[in-house]
Design a protein around this ligand. Structure first.
Ligand code: UTP
Length: 276
């Protein structure tokens, strides 16, 4: 059973400036909940109750969100608004939170390596909170945990994207082991559409085995001088095996304005249904 889940959340979120000038991108609300809370709820559903967050400068709001606010609770105690804090209360009761800082933004691979001190030597989930996922039935991380239990190796979540959009993603190629599960033979970070091995794009959900930390340490900086997790996973795929899993459900790219608005519309409909 995987217990820990790492949230790299140190990025600048420049696509959302000026909203993200002094507020973490992960705190942007989709209807009434910040992005990171959706991610933490998904991790909890997968049994990963030890939440590890890699933060950076200007990200204190993240730690404050996952803490009790005595004044606020006192203020609304006994009123109809008390129920609005039920979900976050449950999270605080059931999860532990630990934090470390990435002092230089040297890429997602580097952010994950920064989290080693919080993870140790056990397999762990990774959630990029700006990818907001809605699973069909089980949540996406819970689906991936089932694949991990069967194969005991790193698993990355993938989805098919339009051919012309591959250059926004890490892309894999591989052979199908079973429906929706691929043994990865090749991975490329942000390929040009005419050079891409496929249109199977890696999204922001991973289950990683802890040997990934040593591999990241030895991975040279790639594109933009950043240490890419895709490069480290490519090495891991050559040494052991790494699987790609086409998850059941949908994903909203909330790191982009279009995806954020689509998620807002989707969750607004759900919110209205719950209210009725
Ligand atoms: P993004 O590529 O979406 O970067 O990172 P970003 O900086 O957050 O957003 P933009 O592109 O400037 O708008 C993917 C994920 O990796 C984390 C980010 O916080 C995000 O969750 N990340 C990225 C780090 O934690 N550290 C890094 O050095 C880079």
């Amino acid at each position: 059973m995987i217990k820990k889940c790492l949230f790299p959340a140190a990025g600048y979120g420049t696509r959302f400036l000026p909203a993200t000038k002094s507020m973490p991108k992960e705190m942007l609300p989709v209807v009434d909940k910040p992005l990171i809370q959706y991610g933490v709820e998904e991790a909890m559903e997968a049994g990963m109750n030890n939440i590890a967050i890699v933060t950076g400068r200007g990200k204190r709001a993240l730690a404050d969100h996952f803490d009790v606010s005595y004044e606020l609770e006192h203020q609304i105690s006994g009123s109809s608004k008390e129920g609005l804090l039920t979900d976050i209360r449950e999270i605080l009761d059931d999860c532990t939170f630990s934090y470390t800082r990435q002092s230089e933004m040297k890429g997602l691979g580097h952010a994950i390596l920064t989290g080693e001190t919080l993870i140790g030597k056990e397999p762990f989930g990774v959630v990029l909170a700006d990818d907001l996922c809605v699973g069909d039935g089980d949540g996406v991380l819970a689906q991936m945990a089932q694949i991990y239990t069967k194969y005991r190796c790193s698993v990355v979540a993938i989805e098919e994207v339009p051919h012309e959009e591959v250059s926004k993603y890490g892309v894999i190629s591989g052979s199908a082991l079973e429906d929706g599960v691929y043994l990865i033979s090749d991975m490329v970070e942000k390929p040009a559409p005419d050079e891409t091995p496929s249109n199977l794009a890696i999204i922001g959900r991973y289950i990683l085995t802890p040997d990934i930390f040593d591999i990241i340490r030895e991975t040279p900086a790639g594109r933009n001088g950043e240490i890419q997790i895709t490069d480290a996973l490519q090495t891991q795929a050559r040494k052991n095996m790494v699987l790609a899993y086409r998850f059941k459900g949908q994903r909203f790219d909330c790191g982009s304005v279009d995806g954020f608005v689509a998620a807002t519309n989707y969750f607004y409909e759900r919110w209205k249904e719950l209210g009725d």
